[in-house]
Design a protein around this ligand. Structure first.
Ligand code: A2P
Length: 332
């Protein structure tokens, strides 16, 4: 099997550190690995599989050596600038930022949903938004069977999704400190505001969920609306997902479909208080689905409660799975 040279860009960040953890756990055949961040943390040390590495400052020459795959999570502006440089030197970038997701030349991939798309890359593959990834893992098997015609998303998103600074705002806010990252205190609060507001009153996060879901499912005009909310949870995004279908369904059969779907774990035993919760999903790579019940207000619809570790399946694990798809392909 061909071994690959890997780079982690944004190695010191919330997602970057999880890239490292996930790579240590899985079996991607790695020859060499390089770690990049900004000048702020260049020179600091990172340990990977028992060996110590020095973090390098990311610059125009970082990809002059042979790097097969670079996992980027250093924000949209670093991706805008450096992903094309990396791609021009023969590296495939798996980018966790929002910079390239809606570019028609860039595949947007969730390996359980559209793995074949990796083969269409032009040097950059985008990792979807964390809230979109867990949603489509749950929706895709139902869409294949019953054809989704409308989606209503309401999210309850953890502070880890806003990086180290978001995490600190909750940690310090619980001790009474004023917020540094969010516009209001997050401790004891809910903020119906993730990313910036657009002229139509939606936030960018909401529009990302709408557009990315359409792109990944391959239904450009799918009717979707979303309200995304930051809640005082450290890690693990929760989502209420309301789906309306073209076709009729049997609820038991729908539950069976979800139980057999790749990457999905059904936790649905309300009588025994069993349903997915963020405190139970941290460190897991699957998407957890519960509260599965018919929407009695429409002809054919269902409500789902969908929870996943937003830093793992919502970012790092998904990106590593994309890298695994690439390596699988290169080894064919
Ligand atoms: P640094 O630690 O040097 O600031 P998070 O999302 O958790 O805040 O992490 C962001 C990650 O992206 C960090 O590793 C950060 O490095 C890195 N980063 C931010 N801006 C740049 C940049 N312009 N070039 C390279 N890495 C960057």
């Amino acid at each position: 099997m061909k071994k690959v040279n890997i780079a982690i860009v944004g190695a010191t960040g919330m997602v970057g550190r999880t890239f490292i953890k996930v790579l240590e756990e899985r079996n991607l055949p790695i020859e060499n690995i390089y770690f990049f961040a900004s000048s702020r943390s260049a020179g600091s040390k990172i340990s990977f599989k028992g060996q110590e590495y020095t973090v390098e400052e990311l610059n125009e020459n970082s990809f002059d050596r042979k790097i097969d795959i670079a996992l980027f999570s250093a924000g949209a502006s670093a991706s805008e600038k450096f992903a094309p440089i990396a791609a021009s030197k023969g590296c495939v970038v798996v980018d966790n930022s929002s910079a390239w997701r809606m570019d028609p030349k860039v595949p947007l991939v969730v390996p359980e949903v559209n793995p074949q798309e990796v083969r269409k890359h032009n040097g950059i593959i985008a990792n979807p938004n964390c809230s979109t990834i867990q949603a489509v893992v749950a929706i895709k098997p139902l869409h294949d069977k019953y054809t989704v015609k409308r989606i209503v998303y309401s999210t309850y998103q953890a502070v880890s999704g806003a990086g180290m600074k978001g995490y600190k705002d909750l940690e310090e806010g619980l001790k009474g400190a004023p917020p540094q990252k969010f516009p209001h205190p997050i401790a004891g609060n809910c903020l119906p505001h993730i990313d910036s507001f657009l002229p139509n009153g939606y936030t960018k996060e909401e529009v990302k969920m709408i557009n990315e879901t359409r792109k990944i499912l391959g239904v450009p005009d799918l009717r979707i609306t979303a309200t995304t909310v930051r809640v005082p949870v450290f890690n693990g995004h929760s989502e209420s997902i309301n789906l309306e279908f073209e076709k009729q369904f049997d609820l038991d059969e729908l539950k069976e479909t979800l139980k057999n779907a790749p990457g999905v774990v059904v936790q649905d035993d309300p009588e025994n208080n069993v349903y997915p919760m963020p405190i139970n999903v941290s460190g897991r790579d699957e998407t957890f689905v519960g509260r599965i019940r018919r929407d009695e207000s429409v002809e054919s619809g269902v409500n789902l409660w969908v929870v996943a570790d937003n830093i793992r399946k919502g970012a790092a694990t998904n990106a590593v799975q994309i890298a695994e798809e690439l390596v699988k392909w290169w080894n064919e």
